[in-house]
Design a protein around this ligand. Structure first.
Ligand code: SF4
Ligand code: SF4
Length: 287
């Protein structure tokens, strides 16, 4: 058997934002923290040098403040940059690891003064006040668990194309599929691992059929896993508030709007107004 060759040479991630550092930490937890370490991920992750950037200009779809993942970089970096534009254009560099200190010493430059640090803090504080989106993230796990039959799932399913764009751009989505391919002579066989999305029908296929056959059930799986059952599985939310899924949804579905709508008309604690799914979708509710 021939193993796939590992990565060659040193790798650096340049310009990593705080939300992305939180996403990397989640990927580490998922792919390295369990009983079964992902060998390929571990080989690529080990030596990565991370040059982070404190975010001073959030995008219109960002909500890292709501998810407590930014905009200030707090951990998980070798070097962090702050671009200061208060009359004198300068870059504040701070090291987070001994490797970062080594690079700083190579770069030279003057030592940072208290005024430089204060300017850096002020810029990142300003970004926190200009988030494009906000969402109430309190108790999302229970909110979603209590609202699995909320009518909003039907509304969003009318718009969702099941294209999978949201899962493709989400920095915490980690699902993959495995395919074995053999040639006609039977002399060689290859095993390929490919990206997979919970919006694809095959993702939940078991013998006897697709567990999540409707778009409604697939969207609900995406939202309830990312913001709800992820807590049970990994101890944190699966969302870091980067806003990419909002930016790249071709029909403008916005997770912050969906969560707000569910909270606004929650069925929790009111058995008199329990909301039922449409007739004929009972089997659809299996998660
Ligand atoms: S769910 Fe959306 S906002 Fe949250 S981490 Fe994934 S892409 Fe970013
Ligand atoms: S990107 Fe939008 S339309 Fe596509 S699967 Fe996600 S929510 Fe549905």
């Amino acid at each position: 058997m021939e193993e796939e060759p590992g990565p060659r040479g040193a790798v650096a991630f340049l310009g990593v934002r705080s939300c992305e550092l939180h996403a990397i930490a989640i990927q580490d937890r998922v792919l390295l923290g369990g009983r079964h370490t992902d060998r390929d991920y571990a080989a690529r992750r080990g030596e990565v040098f991370v040059i982070a950037v404190n975010c001073h200009e959030p995008g219109g779809t960002c909500f890292c403040v709501s998810m407590n993942t930014g905009p200030a970089v707090r951990e998980g970096y070798d070097l962090v940059l702050s671009e200061i534009l208060d009359g004198e254009h300068r870059i504040l560099l701070e090291a987070g690891t001994p490797r970062g200190v080594e690079v700083l010493e190579e770069l030279g430059g003057r030592a940072a003064e208290a005024s430089d640090r204060a300017a850096g803090r002020s810029a990142v504080d300003g970004a926190a006040d200009r988030m494009g989106r906000t969402v109430d993230a309190a108790d999302l796990r229970d909110l979603l668990a209590d609202n699995l039959e909320h009518p909003r799932w039907d509304e969003v399913a009318q718009r969702c194309l099941s294209c999978g764009n949201c899962t493709m751009v989400c920095p915490t989505c980690y699902c993959t599929s495995v395919e074995d391919v053999s040639d006609l002579t039977g002399g060689t066989a290859e095993r390929w691992r490919s990206w997979e999305s919970c919006f694809s029908l095959d993702h939940s296929h078991t013998h006897g059929g697709d567990v999540r056959a409707s778009g409604r059930s697939r969207y609900r799986q995406w939202l309830t896993h990312k913001f709800g059952t992820w807590h049970d599985q990994f101890g944190t939310s699966g969302c870091v508030g980067c806003g990419r899924c909002v930016t790249w949804c071709p029909v403008g579905i916005d997770v912050t709007e969906e969560l707000t709508a569910i909270r606004a008309n929650s069925a929790a604690g009111d058995p008199e107004t329990l909301i039922r799914g449409p007739a004929g979708e009972a089997g659809d509710d299996i998660r």
